[in-house]
Design a protein. Sequence first.
Length: 177
Amino acid sequence: MSTTHPEAELEVRYSEPGVEPTSWRETLDMLETAELFWLTTVRADGRPHVTPVVAVWHDDAVYFTTASIEQKMRNLEHSGKVAVTTGNNLWTKGLDVVVEGTATEITAPEALPAIVGAFDAKYGAHNSWSLELVDDVAQVAGHPAVVFRIEPAKVFAFGKEPPAQTRYRFAGTSSSS
């Protein structure tokens, strides 16, 4: 459960006149229930790399995993700057959410049980993708997994009924876009 309550700020240039900012609760609901997210990392040569990931909102952050041999892991070794998005592909209905921040590898074994529990609570332990803890090592499908946390620097919500672009400011972040 989230304890952070960021300040919502409506971007009037991209919103219908008179509309209210999307509530943090509505944005948080999307982050907590979305099954699929799109992670954008940056390659060493500066090109973006986008890939689908399963993720959870836990302890006021987004968590995801990767294998050490994957492209996103190589990118994260170069730069932890990421964006993760979720929502739908409809033009006039629903809500899309973007979380920008820095991905940090979780290396403390004592932190893993709660994160594994959050994945299990959301996705279930008996599906085709399951995060498990074996001898203090995170694993997916029997293979070691690297767990990352994205603490949000910025979060955007793009409401579509009516159009409303909301930016959430967290304590200690500036108001620049």
